[in-house]
Design a binder for this molecule. Structure first.
Ligand SMILES: Nc1ncnc2c1ncn2[C@@H]1O[C@H](COP(=O)(O)OP(=O)(O)OP(=O)(O)O)[C@@H](O)[C@H]1O
Ligand SMILES: [Mg+2]
Length: 433
């Protein structure tokens, strides 16, 4: 390649760097023996180099290159190319370099983790794993950290709000009073009830009312990690919460864990369960000031080990909204939308017995859609009115009835120590009406 073309290409690369350009320039430089000048292009290859081309570049670097240029090269490569690079260095007995490149790549991209490399490079597997966890902590723990709200966002549910206030929030607010009586602050609480009735909402609001940091963890999410990683992940989450007390860790879908152990798919999820129990017990660490909340739609599927004293030993039933709450939820969700005065909220409340909060929120969404459709057809702005709700009602249904039927059976025939008394009370009260 003549100098002029090469310079043009370099200029083009300055303006719009790309992997392809970097490659062309690099090979032109190598061909003309100008290896010293390839540094600016080393970090841009992405997935554009074949294994053979990678070898050519590394060989070219050999004469003038140092570990630093290898690291620059590594940072620009995709996972496959990175793995190729480590293998290449190992095969050519550049073990020092291979190790440096491998560890640095691992920090960026955990999927490069490779047992064979670990043993060939004399890295203890746990060192590699630690790198993974460090990275997981930075990348993911922040994902679990979520904004809280407060009880104003949760309509109705006054009974359970009162219970939560007395048993959870008060101890957080006046710890000295409780310490005086040697009462522990924190502990585990299981929220259960039909889907869409405000468990997640309540958990977030509880954290807000306690003025605590809030970590929202989906159990299935933790379980889906690589083997062995879930335990460390769980531990990392608990450690983070212990460092930031007062804090609330919320495990959504607890059944994902308990169910797994029953069917014991593999030993790794059993390990995760026992790690979870250890963290809950806080044997080696102090769980003071940490509230562990969990929620489930299927409390009867939860492994009994989770419900023992010191773990999720308090269970709160989050019932479907009653008449008053349904009225409130409808009003709450329509608040900031254009709505006509003709909407008969009492009639809607009567027609939505058995609806969950989520069903009601959805009903309003559907009515809003109807209003939008009408606006489009008429060419003017139409507010949400009662007729839109009538349309929406035809397409929606109550989703809590089925849950209550199942729950009633458990409450009647498997009511261990009165565990489901709240459910029975609710059903009796509502069937009388
Ligand atoms: N008491 C309530 N007040 C206001 N909105 C509510 C209430 N209950 C439910 N909602 C509405 O329904 C949505 C779903 O509620 P949430 O996610 O808390 O249900 P959940 O009980 O956690 O359900 P799941 O068991 O499916 O996780 C909320 O985002 C909210 O819009
Ligand atoms: Mg939820």
């Amino acid at each position: 390649m003549d100098t002029k073309t090469l310079n043009n290409l370099k200029e083009a690369f300055e303006v719009a760097p790309s992997a392809e350009l970097a490659k062309i320039i690099t090979f032109a430089l190598i061909e003309s023996g100008n290896v010293d000048n390839i540094a600016p292009y080393l970090g841009s290859f992405g997935s554009s180099l074949s294994a053979m081309e990678l070898e050519q570049v590394v060989n070219a670097l050999e004469s003038s290159g140092n570990q630093e240029s290898l690291m620059i090269l590594e940072r620009g490569l995709d996972t496959t190319a990175c793995t190729n690079l480590v293998r290449l260095l190992i095969n050519s007995q550049k073990l020092e370099n291979a190790k440096a490149v491998y560890l640095s790549a691992l920090e960026r991209d955990t999927s490069i983790l490779n047992r064979e490399f670990d043993s060939l490079l004399g890295i203890e597997p746990h060192v590699a794993k630690l790198k993974v966890v460090e990275k997981a902590e930075i990348a993911d723990l922040s994902r679990y950290r979520q904004k809280t709200s407060d009880f104003n966002d949760v309509v109705g549910l006054d009974r359970i709000k009162k219970q939560i206030h007395k048993k959870i929030i008060l101890p957080f607010q006046s710890p000295s009073l409780f310490q005086r009586f040697k009462k522990k602050i924190g502990g585990g609480v299981l929220l259960y009830g039909p889907p869409g009735c405000g468990k997640t909402l309540l958990a977030r609001a509880t954290a807000g009312e306690c003025n605590a940091s809030f970590f929202n963890v989906e159990v299935s999410d933790v379980l889906d990690m690589y083997i062995g990683e879930s335990e460390q992940k769980l531990h990392a989450i608990f450690e983070k919460a212990r460092n930031e007390t007062p804090s609330v860790i919320f495990f959504d879908e607890l059944e994902a864990l308990a169910g797994k152990r029953e069917h014991a798919r593999n030993s790794s999820s059993a390990n995760t369960v026992s790690q979870f129990l250890t963290e809950l017990d806080g044997f080696s660490q102090n769980n003071e000031g940490i509230l562990v909340l969990a929620s489930t739609n299927v409390p009867w599927a939860i492994d009994a080990a989770f419900l023992r004293p010191g773990r999720f030993d308090r269970m709160f039933f989050v019932p479907p909204p009653d008449r008053e709450a349904r009225y409130g939820i409808l009003k709450h969700h329509i608040q900031n939308r254009p709505a006509s005065d003709d909407i008969n909220f009492n009639a809607l409340t009567n027609k939505t017995s058995g609806y969950s909060g989520a069903d009601l929120a959805n009903l309003i969404e559907m009515a809003a859609d109807e209003a939008i459709d009408e606006s489009l057809v008429q060419g003017i702005d139409v507010d949400i009115n009662f007729s839109h709700f009538k349309e929406a009602l035809q397409e929606s249904r109550a989703t809590t009835t089925e849950w209550l039927t199942t729950a009633r059976n458990y409450a009647r025939y498997a009511n261990d120590g009165g565990r489901y008394n709240d459910v029975l009370d609710f059903i009796n009260k509502n069937s009388k009406k």
